[in-house]
Design a protein around this ligand. Structure first.
Ligand code: FEO
Length: 169
């Protein structure tokens, strides 16, 4: 049976992952408006990944005999000044998620739940990858500046991203 404090921390993180899904769906809508279909594809994959992250924890809490209680999902922003500003927020958000995963692991550590720590290891590694991917796109956007042709080239590259259902835990 999962410890009550840890169960609460997992429920908080499920909410954060669902918020991430919602935020990236809002960003997807922004790129639809810009007609940048490669970016739209990138966010389509990102949205699926965030849903998978939330469901991984949702299933884990149940597997451990705990109770999932869904909370209200905050309204995300709906507009950005530029693709660059949007990706600056993506990186900032992922860094925040990393800090929350670390905090969740601190709770698992505090209640000496080694099984949960081992489960959460996957999320920690995933965050390193997420920050690295986003950082890569952000660096390219900084180089691109106001060059529309270069932006379209990046859009083509982002169109190739595909979703691979993760095996979590
Ligand atoms: Fe679920 Fe992008 O962290």
């Amino acid at each position: 049976m999962i410890n009550e404090k840890l169960e609460k921390a997992f429920n908080d993180q499920i909410n954060k992952e669902l918020y991430s899904e919602y935020l990236y769906l809002s960003m997807q809508a922004y790129f639809e408006r810009l007609n940048l279909k490669g970016f739209v594809n990138w966010f389509t994959v990102q949205v699926q990944e965030e849903h998978a992250h939330a469901m991984g924890m949702f299933n884990y809490v149940h597997e451990r005999g705990g109770r999932v209680e869904l909370e209200t999902i905050d309204k995300p922003e709906t507009n950005w000044e530029s693709p660059l500003a949007c990706f600056e927020q993506v990186l900032e958000h992922e860094e925040y998620v990393t800090s929350r995963i670390n905090a969740l692991m601190d709770v698992a550590d505090e209640v000496k739940d080694r099984a949960a720590l081992s489960f959460l290891d996957w999320y920690l590694k995933e965050q390193v990858e997420e920050e690295s991917n986003v950082g890569g796109v952000l660096a390219t956007l900084k180089l691109i500046g106001n060059d529309a042709n270069a932006l379209l080239l990046l859009d083509k590259e982002l169109a190739t991203r595909t979703f691979v259902a993760p095996v979590i835990g």
